[in-house]
Design a protein around this ligand. Structure first.
Ligand code: HEC
Length: 107
């Protein structure tokens, strides 16, 4: 924590937000591959996560918007279960940050 704070101060404001963003996408990847139950990887292909699930759409091709990710994960869609009860709002935001950062270059 202390190192992070010192680093953030020395990088200035834009560095600070880049650092926060990097932490978020890292958390998002963890949620995608490990924390979500059932894991997103079982059903979705996403090359950055090394997953090849083929039950749901290939996310590299779909390039979902932030809204699509948040809605699908929160409420479920078709046979995809809702994760509202098992993932926090923060984890779902981080998931969206992560998926957008590896599929569309946006964040
Ligand atoms: C049991 C399999 C399964 C799991 C687990 C699963 N999905 Fe899905 N997902 C699907 C299917 C099937 C669809 C397509 C549903 C449809 O369009 O009827 C889908 C659709 C989506 C979509 C597109 C929504 C849209 O608007 O078209 C996104 C984004 C998505 N999933 C992300 C995720 C993420 C992130 C996770 C992990 C938290 C996850 N999914 C877990 C099966 C799954």
């Amino acid at each position: 924590m202390r190192t992070t704070a010192v680093l953030a101060v020395s990088l200035g404001l834009s560095g600070l937000s880049a650092l926060a963003h990097a932490e978020n996408t890292e958390l998002g990847k963890e949620v995608f591959t490990q924390i979500s139950q059932p894991s997103c990887t079982i059903c979705h292909a996403l090359s950055d996560a090394g997953s090849a699930g083929a039950i749901g759409p290939d996310l590299d091709n779909l390039k979902p918007s932030r809204e699509q990710v948040i809605n699908a994960v929160t409420q479920g869609v078709g046979v995809m279960p809702a994760f509202e009860g098992s993932l926090s709002a923060e984890q779902i935001q981080a998931l969206a940050d992560y998926i957008l950062s590896v599929t569309s270059g946006q964040n």
